[in-house]
Design a protein around this ligand. Structure first.
Ligand code: NAG
Ligand code: NAG
Ligand code: NAG
Ligand code: NAG
Ligand code: NAG
Ligand code: NAG
Ligand code: NAG
Ligand code: CA
Length: 555
């Protein structure tokens, strides 16, 4: 063979000039092979030659993922099998075929096998076959029967002249490979296997005298069809049929009519419905917690979700009912979206009910949208942060700015920023808030200070600071000195000193004459002493701090 392989002309032809080989009868060329995730697949493509005039030179396999090019995956030559991909997962047995272990969804696609053989004239010929593999994802645990499809023609009579009766059962959704067989229970209680399978339907042939009574078929829970289900899904389902031995023909005709009224449930749809209903139920319970205005929608949704779940569990009586539910659901979802769009968040406490993560959020205050940073972790969360100083590259934001900058705000909400005096006024004007100041020294010590009844006046009073009292905190009280003071910047001196405190301190604050705290001072990269730094006297004297955050929460 070797000498021939080297010397002969190599020609590829898909013609059937050679008739001395034959493929195994299954799978047929262009067949569809089904597997479920993690399952094993056999592509039994043995080619049998007559062994005299022709010999297999080599066999190779190609894989083509949907929309991709062919890739060579394995080759068999002179008794040796080599894989190019997934070495451990492909095995080959001569005269049996290729075997794939642990199929994954990305194994789905076309598999070509090319058998390259030479004939007595030493002509190398390639013949090929192809199957398409589909890999079903593992289905979740679902209620019984969800994956059982009883077609309208699942059970019917087929009375043959010599009184052999063919009872048919199926078609069961074939998630696995090979297809599953059912178990028959005769009226006597005797259990039988099907006589044969006919295109996915299982047939039990019974000859006269026919046993009268109920025949039933069911899918055993251990059936291979259960492979794509999770282990906890008991796949048991039964169909029953009454056979009257007196008038088989007549009775079965009636049954035929009855069964043809049965509505088929599509398993994919059932799964989808269940998934949707779970999703909707989650949404609904989330909403109920959130806002009483949405409770109406939420409870409706819950009702629909339950209906859907019921519908997906069993064989549907009427498909129109399902359509109706889905239509109603769509409408409620639209209402829900409108409800959500209408919904406004006036503080970070509102947001906390919806999203427990800290981050930048939009608040609507007096009809205007304000972007803020919500701190949802400190002391129960719900804090609207309005000032932050911190180290690193983001520490370089300049806080020595003029009146208009302090009015409008500046910086980056994720880093160093000042939210703006207009916003502070707006956020504090219609309700009492707690003011919280979180600080950190360069040695890592954290401190805080809390004040009740926090308000910032409007521009007409130059954003005067107002609070009721110091309510504790390990950083000590360094703000009471500033209570009732107006805000000053280098270009707007509203302090009670005869100097310009903002210019002297290189910051902006509710200066008096001048300060006990000064969190908008110059950011220092280390614990530096100086009145121009980020300072809170009660915490680290006149040493600059590494971190400061000022935040508020409705009282
Ligand atoms: C992939 O290879 C097979 C086998 O040779 C061939 O029939 C098929 O046309 C190829 N497909 C593409 C897209 O090249
Ligand atoms: C499925 O049916 C079996 C037997 O009828 C029962 O034991 C089991 O609890 C059912 N499982 C579910 C998920 O309903
Ligand atoms: C049904 O088939 C299985 C597997 O082929 C076999 O083990 C079992 O004995 C058969 N049962 C009957 C009642 O024929
Ligand atoms: C096999 O069953 C399918 C689905 O019911 C049907 O579409 C197809 O025509 C059947 N094939 C044969 C050969 O009866
Ligand atoms: C057959 O089953 C039906 C219900 O499914 C039952 O009412 C009837 O008594 C059964 N007949 C016999 C003979 O067991
Ligand atoms: C199930 O629902 C979720 C949420 O709607 C969705 O992201 C996911 O794709 C759905 N899964 C399937 C298989 O439909
Ligand atoms: C100070 O607070 C920060 C942020 O919450 C934390 O990472 C750090 O561990 C605290 N330092 C000490 C000494 O507790
Ligand atoms: Ca002054």
């Amino acid at each position: 063979m070797k000498h021939c392989f080297v010397n002969c002309l190599i020609a590829f032809s898909f013609s059937s000039v050679l008739q001395a080989y034959r493929w195994s009868p299954t799978p047929e060329n262009d067949a569809r092979v089904k597997a479920c995730e993690g399952g094993d697949v056999s592509f039994p493509w043995p080619i049998v030659t007559d062994g005299k005039d022709e010999e297999i030179v080599y066999i190779d396999w190609l894989f083509q993922a949907p929309g991709k090019a062919n890739v060579s995956i394995a080759i068999y030559v002179e008794g040796n099998f080599f894989t190019k991909a997934n070495k451990d997962r492909f095995t080959f047995t001569p005269n049996a075929g290729l075997h794939l272990q642990g199929a994954q969804t990305d194994d789905a696609g076309r598999y070509y096998v090319r058998v390259n053989l030479h004939d007595e004239k030493c002509l190398l010929t390639s013949v090929e076959r192809m199957v398409t593999l589909s890999v079903a994802e593992r289905a979740p645990a679902v209620q019984n029967d969800s994956f059982l499809v009883t077609m309208s023609d699942a059970i019917w009579d087929d009375v043959i002249e010599d009184w052999t009766l063919q009872l048919r059962c199926g078609r069961f959704v074939d998630f696995g490979h090979p297809p599953v067989d059912v178990i028959w229970t005769m009226p006597s209680g005797e259990v039988r296997n099907s006589s044969h399978e006919d295109n996915g339907t299982f047939v039990l042939s019974v000859s006269s005298p026919v046993q009268g009574g109920n025949y039933s078929c069911h899918l055993p829970p251990s059936a291979p069809a259960a492979r794509c289900l999770t282990d906890t899904s008991p796949l048991t389902a039964a169909a029953r049929l009454y056979v009257d031995d007196k008038d088989v023909r007549l009775y079965l005709l009636e049954l035929w009519v009855q069964f043809s009224n049965m509505v088929r449930v599509n398993s994919d749809q059932a799964y989808l419905l269940q998934n949707q209903s779970r999703f909707i139920q989650d949404q609904a319970s989330l909403l109920t917690d959130q806002d009483s205005r949405l409770q109406g929608y939420a409870s409706l949704l819950q009702v629909y979700a339950r209906l859907l779940q019921d519908q997906s569990r069993c064989i549907l009586d009427k498909t129109s009912l399902q359509d109706e539910i889905i239509d109603n659901l769509k409408e409620e979802m639209t209402n829900l979206k409108l409800g959500l769009a209408e919904r406004t968040f006036s503080s970070c406490v509102d947001w906390l009910a919806v999203d427990a993560r800290s981050g930048v959020r939009t608040l609507t205050v007096h009809g205007e949208a304000i972007r803020v940073y919500c701190d949802q972790t400190t002391d129960g969360g719900g804090w609207t942060v309005f000032q932050r100083r911190q180290g690193g590259s983001v520490g370089s934001v300049d806080f020595y700015r003029g009146w208009e900058a302090y009015r409008g705000g500046f910086g980056d909400l994720q880093g160093n920023f000042w939210l703006g005096l207009d916003n502070l006024h707006s956020l504090t004007s219609s309700r009492d808030s707690l003011l919280r100041i979180d600080l950190r020294k360069f040695d890592g010590t954290n401190g805080s200070a809390i004040y009740t009844g926090f308000h910032v006046a409007g521009v007409d009073q130059n954003f005067k600071l107002n609070f009721d009292s110091f309510a504790g905190g390990s950083a000590g009280d360094s703000l009471s000195y500033h209570n009732k003071q107006q805000f000053s910047t280098y270009d707007a001196d509203h302090d009670s000193s005869n100097i310009n405190c903002a210019r002297k301190r290189l910051g902006a604050w509710w200066y008096k004459a001048c300060d006990f705290s000064h969190l908008n001072g110059r950011y220092k990269d280390s614990r530096v002493y100086g009145e121009d730094g980020v300072v809170w006297n009660g915490f680290d004297g006149h040493f600059s701090l590494t971190f400061s955050e000022m935040k508020m929460r409705p009282a």
